[in-house]
Design a binder for this molecule. Sequence first.
Ligand SMILES: Nc1ncnc2c1ncn2[C@@H]1O[C@H](COP(=O)(O)OP(=O)(O)OP(=O)(O)O)[C@@H](O)[C@H]1O
Length: 607
Amino acid sequence: MSQASHRTATAAAPAGMKPGAGRVSALRGLLPFLRPYRARLALAFALLCLGSGTILVVPLAFRDLIDSGFGTGVAQGRALLGTAGLDGQFLVLFGLATFWAAAVAARYYAVSWVGERVTADLRCAVYARVLGQSPQFFETLQTGEVLSRLTGDTTLIQTVVGSSVSMGLRSLFQFGGGMVMLAVTSAHLFGLIFGLMAVLALPIAAIGRRVRTLSRESQDRIADASALAGEILNAMPTVQAFTQEQYEAQRFAARTETGFRTAVRRTRVRALLAALIIGAVMGTIIFVLWIGARQVQAGTLSLGELGAFVLYAALVAGGAGTLAEVWGDVMRAGGATERLLELLQAESAIRETSAPQPPRRAAQVGIVFDHVGLAYPARPGVRVLDDLCLEIVPGERVALVGPSGAGKTSLFQLLLRYYEVSAGAIRIDGQDIRQLALRELRRGIALVPQEPVIFSASALENIRYGRPAASDEDVLAAARAAAVDEFITRLPEGYATFLGERGTRLSGGQRQRIAIARAILKRARLLLLDEATSALDAESERLVQQGLAAAMEGRTTLIIAHRLATVQQVDRIVVIDHGRIVETGTAADLRRQGGLYARLAALQLAS
Ligand SMILES: Nc1ncnc2c1ncn2[C@@H]1O[C@H](COP(=O)(O)OP(=O)(O)OP(=O)(O)O)[C@@H](O)[C@H]1O
């Protein structure tokens, strides 16, 4: 049975994934990734303090500039620019601006670097973790979902770590420092501004929350449309064969339209929010300016102080605006981190033993299935294998035959420990496979699966996947044995020919031969062939059988086959039905017995 056919379309947390904690607090999970770069972060923070400090000094310089009558007199008492003339004062301002620009650039570089680095580290960590999961994990989690987490979610985190957080901190400094300076400059006006802001903050916060909900909705709708497109693009030949292009285009259009409507709703509320914020900020500033101007008229406030006050007010307003925006990003990144941490903390359903035994490397493998039972985790109530006992002696070639769905492939799945037995045990060379390290177990097995996988690489690289350290001669020998030679030499660039994504540029039978060559090259002691030659014509099959016979020589081999003609040469045939062994023996024995095998054989001969 193919794994793909068991994948369900649910996005629910797959087996082994822990549910995440609260959203923003999930960001704490990023700490281990940030820790190695704390020196750079400290530097960025120092640069942030410097930059923010500089920008807070600028309005003071303006105050002095105005109060000194633009260099014609000297401001009384607390002059920042001292007794410098007009040119000198502007020189100081230029100096401040240059210093600020340099501090901002250096901080931007340092923070973005950390953002990119952390994202790359996170991607690799999540990917490595996902690669270690058992097939059960992929039954529930769609590949597209993992990909979107690896790209979309990490990019969101990159935005936050690489820019939003520094923007937020800068704005926080600007906001806090600006507030203090406002109070210092004019306590009266500060009181006014503070009161007005407090009144206006509530409705703005409420609308902001609504924008956030709508943003999330709009992201979800976009993801829906992409998920649909992803699935359909992978199934184009079927879509076209059933002439469903128009239907699929309409389905996509309908989802995109929903996304558009959600986006428009969000934009409408956002526009209202923008109007409200600008109105509130400008209204407050103008109102305060009006009161301040009256104070200047009355002589209780200097013109420079009023100027500085307005600049600080603008800084505070800008800081508050950025903070609100950054908070939205931080919330989204919280969600993204949560989803990534779920993947990062996922435990494989197959547990490695803490103290693996070293494998006994006998020249040939003996296998014992000892009262093996299996119920797949997705269907715990259904016994796919039931109390199955089978002993395979070293070097034996055994064929597993039986109706579709009888449980033949499931035996292979258990041998490779993709799934755990529900009852009994499997022993290889007398060792329970649960006592072996997974790597060691699988290193000793070469598999030709029912649906061979071809990677988007050359033919040579595809075969070499069986044993990456193999020499070119070994790869070519394996290719010849599997009759790959026969068709590869006819391809334009021979073994260097690129085979296309998922081997789309090969026929089914050619793909099978590549998979067989790969397994032969692995030179494992146990060979598992799952319908390895089902897609071959009689002539190619004869060629491949010769190669396989060479590969089986001296190796324990298990062969699943539907076409009984292909298993006449094996040592023993085991007939499986409904998860149980119903007959065993040589082909001739079984035909004589007149049981299930004889019936299957008669049907095949008749057809
Ligand atoms: N991952 C899974 N989760 C739940 N049930 C599964 C899973 N894989 C296989 N099954 C079920 O287990 C039963 C045996 O499947 P298996 O693939 O072993 O059959 P098979 O004998 O190899 O069939 P075929 O000859 O058609 O490949 C089937 O009924 C199938 O639906």
